[in-house]
Design a protein. Structure first.
Length: 283
């Protein structure tokens, strides 16, 4: 008679009572990752990654600036996430009686959790500093000018172009029609729409009356400025999309770096780093 090879599962194996997640280590890694991120943001601003030279034929181009900034985001994510993940793996509690594969999984999870916590904390606490640093904001002497520009609205520059007279004579009380044109442009373009035909005709008449241009010339100026508005808005949308792609790549690489670094830190914590265990599986 053939003897069965099936065996009952072993009894007496006790699951360790230590929690599978060391939240203290995870939070420590997350805080360290946020601190390194803030440091690298400050360093990037000091290295000139937050501004393009206003002078022609000097400094980097806009395309080079965007690519350089995107690559710096990735490097920043790798460094900060790796440090946070390593600390999360190195500082976690040592698990006794846990299979090697399970230890590897838990270390990977610790790195991922540290990255996730750092991402959430950074989004809440570092949003304003990061935005300030990324836009190359200045301090002190330029605060008044910046406040005036923000209160004026984003369409003021286009209206200035429309109402610029051909002669050097000063204009008379430009505030009467400026506010109306600003509101008209803002309402038309905030949803990506162009000026309605009636609005375009009205704007041309206002420009002709204010600048002294013949109406055909005023209509030509209106067309040129509206085309410039649409071009600038399209560039802004493309830049936002490219920035989102760079940030997505940085987040993915950061998650991978944190998870990998946590396994390295956990292996050093247990003294098993660099060793390979041969496991025999029986059926």
């Amino acid at each position: 008679m053939m003897q069965s090879t099936y065996s009952e599962p072993a009894t007496g194996l006790v699951e360790p009572q230590v929690s599978g997640v060391s939240w203290g280590a995870v939070l420590a890694g997350a805080v360290a990752s946020c601190a390194v991120t803030l440091f690298l943001l400050s360093l990037g601003t000091g290295l000139g990654l937050s501004a393009v030279s206003p002078w022609g034929n000097s400094g980097v181009s806009t395309t080079t600036f965007k690519i350089g900034t995107g690559l710096y985001f990735i490097v920043m994510a790798m460094m900060s996430s790796a440090i946070g993940g390593y600390l999360a793996g190195r500082l976690r509690t040592k698990w006794v009686g846990v299979h090697t594969d399970e230890v590897f999984f838990r270390d990977t999870a610790h790195g991922f959790l540290a990255w996730a916590a750092a991402s959430v904390i950074g989004a809440v606490l570092l949003a304003s500093p990061a935005t300030l640093l990324a836009t190359g904001a200045t301090s002190g002497a330029t605060q008044a000018a910046a406040g005036a520009a923000q209160s004026a609205g984003p369409m003021e520059g286009y209206v200035d172009t429309l109402l610029r007279p051909d002669t050097a004579q000063p204009s008379t009380n430009p505030q009467d029609s400026r506010g109306e044109l600003v509101r008209l442009f803002t309402t038309s373009y905030k949803n990506g729409n162009d000026l309605a035909p009636a609005d375009r005709t009205y704007v041309a008449k206002v420009v002709s009356a204010r600048t002294g241009l013949p109406e055909p010339e005023a209509e030509k100026r209106v067309t040129e400025v509206t085309n410039q508005i649409k071009s600038d808005l399209d560039k802004a949308r493309k830049n936002a999309a490219q920035l989102a792609l760079w940030l997505t790549a940085a987040l993915i690489i950061g998650a991978f770096s944190a998870s990998l670094a946590a396994t390295e830190g956990g292996g050093l914590r247990d003294g098993t780093w660099g060793t390979k265990s041969l496991r025999t599986r029986t059926t």
